[in-house]
Design a binder for this molecule. Structure first.
Ligand code: DGY
Length: 315
């Protein structure tokens, strides 16, 4: 017996995080348990803390098997894979890692747009194949300067994207549940915003409220010259409608960091040269991931110290 509280760890963590966690908790990695049901029967009642991430979240059956759970600290800003309402009803505090990844994810959004718009990937393949522009086979692209950019979800990351766009002399449009106190052009109707946009950047939280927000009418409104960028959650985009539109040329291109059934990527996308695909790495730099790890641990440490947390999820 160490006398330390018991923490269930879902998904692996860095050595730096592990050093902090083991100093304060008895850590039980779920993925190391050969028999999960046996482990939960033996230890479930002792677990007071869970450490997870935005992808794994916390399965409802797992939450139910932890009767004395008090805190879920999630590594990542999105917490759509955790039932925060059910947790609140049980008095369980859920924390996440906002702010520290705003710049990184905003940069990823622009990176994806620019890569699609300027054909970075096909041009790279072209050069690697020993070819050159004066063969006349590299189509001209559209400028990323002075564009109409529609941001879906003007939260902290959406704002960081908008801030960057000033440098590109862009007109920022946004869709959110209600207008905000900003100078950008607000659209209550997402389809209307898509019709006015050259690029649509999706950075709204996932979950039932935003499922398939980007549907066929929105995609059709964006049109054959439009580019869709998704750095939020795959569920926000109707993937079937998007793939069909890309196949038919009704949508110009897509830059995708997230997918509906990760790690499954629709096979049709793999053959398209007007899409850029990333394995959900919007925040994946040494600097940002370290800051996220530190904040994940800070939430647990502060909770141990005085029962409060640094960044609880909004009520
Ligand atoms: C986040 O922080 O939400 C990332 O998308 C990882 O889930």
């Amino acid at each position: 017996m160490t006398g330390k509280p018991d923490l269930l760890m879902i998904g692996s963590v860095t050595d730096r995080m592990m050093a902090r966690l083991t100093a304060e908790f008895t850590v039980h990695p779920l993925f190391d348990q050969p028999d999960e049901a046996r482990f939960l029967a033996d230890h479930g009642a002792a677990i007071s803390a869970v450490l997870t991430n935005g992808h794994d979240g916390l399965r409802p059956d797992l939450m139910a098997a932890l009767p004395n759970l008090k805190i879920v600290s999630s590594y990542g800003v999105g917490y759509d894979a955790i039932d925060a309402t059910a947790a609140a009803e049980r008095g369980i505090v859920v924390t996440h890692t906002p702010n520290v990844l705003n710049d990184e994810v905003a940069n990823t959004a622009l990176l994806l747009w620019f890569a699609v718009s300027r054909r970075l990937v096909p041009n790279d393949a072209y050069v690697r194949a020993g070819r050159w522009e004066n063969e006349g086979n590299t189509p001209l692209t559209h400028s990323v300067q002075s564009r109409m950019v529609g941001i879906v979800g003007l939260g902290r990351i959406g704002q960081a994207i908008a801030d960057r766009l000033a440098v590109f002399d862009s007109t920022v449009l946004y869709h959110a549940r209600s207008p905000k106190n900003v100078s950008y052009r607000y659209y209550a109707n997402l389809t209307e915003m898509a019709a006015d946009s050259d690029v649509l950047i999706c950075i709204t939280p996932g979950g039932p409220e935003t499922k398939h927000l980007i549907n066929k009418p929105v995609i059709d409104a964006l049109g054959p010259d439009g580019i869709l960028v998704n750095v939020s959650r795959g569920s926000v985009v109707d993937e079937t409608a998007m793939v069909e539109a890309l196949k038919d040329g009704r949508l110009g291109g897509a830059g995708l960091d997230v997918f509906d059934q990760e790690p499954r990527v629709p096979a049709d996308l793999l053959a398209m040269d007007n899409v850029v695909l990333q394995p959900h790495v919007g925040s994946a730099t040494h600097e940002t991931r370290q800051a996220m790890g530190d904040l994940t641990c800070d939430n647990l440490s502060q909770w141990l110290k005085d029962g409060t947390t640094v960044t609880p999820v909004p009520e």
